[in-house]
Write a protein that binds this ligand. Structure first.
Ligand code: PNS
Length: 162
């Protein structure tokens, strides 16, 4: 099925994102994870930190690469040589935003197609935003993120033990 781009903020990558990566790499020859260097948001992790975490977590996935992109997603697709984009759809609440984004991107570039993958139900309520909020409030995020992401968040919040 060629190559597909899986774009996002990944601030940080969660087990839900990983579930989508695993599904996508079972379908496509190559999955390019595109980390948006999105200046409009104020991420917890810098783009380089998000890239490094993704690379570490996806180490050993032979058909997965991790790249950053600046500017428009449709331009990144040209750069990476893909016409398809994967987005994860957790619940109906995701749909409106995703539908609007998919149609706008197709308007910007008619070659563009968005494909949606549903994560396993156990990840349907996991989001980077909630992970950060739970961590800031001292909750346990270990069921929702890979261990190195958990450690990175603890370090970021100044609570590193090692
Ligand atoms: O993980 P997110 O934050 O839901 O990902 C959103 C992302 C990065 C895919 C989206 O904001 C994006 O594509 N940004 C790049 C700029 C762009 O092309 N915006 C127009 C989208 S219609």
């Amino acid at each position: 099925m060629g190559a597909v781009l899986y774009p996002g903020s990944f601030d940080p990558i969660t087990n839900g994102h990983l579930d989508i990566v695993r599904r996508a790499r079972g379908i496509f020859d190559k999955v390019i994870i595109g980390v948006a260097n999105n200046s409009e948001k104020q991420p917890l992790f810098t783009t380089d930190e998000r890239l490094a975490l993704l690379k570490e977590v996806c180490k050993g996935m032979d058909n997965v690469t991790v790249e950053r992109f600046d500017g428009l997603l449709v331009d990144a697709m040209g750069k990476f040589g893909t016409t398809g984009v994967i987005r994860g759809l957790r619940a109906v609440s995701d749909f409106e935003y995703e539908f609007q984004m998919a149609l706008m991107n197709r308007e910007l570039n008619p070659k563009y197609e968005t494909l949606f993958l549903m994560p396993s139900p156990e990840y349907s309520f996991v989001s980077s935003r909630m992970i950060k909020e739970i961590a800031r409030c001292g909750g346990n995020i270990s069921p929702f993120v890979p261990p190195i992401v958990n450690q990175a968040i603890e370090r970021k919040l100044g609570r590193a033990t090692a």
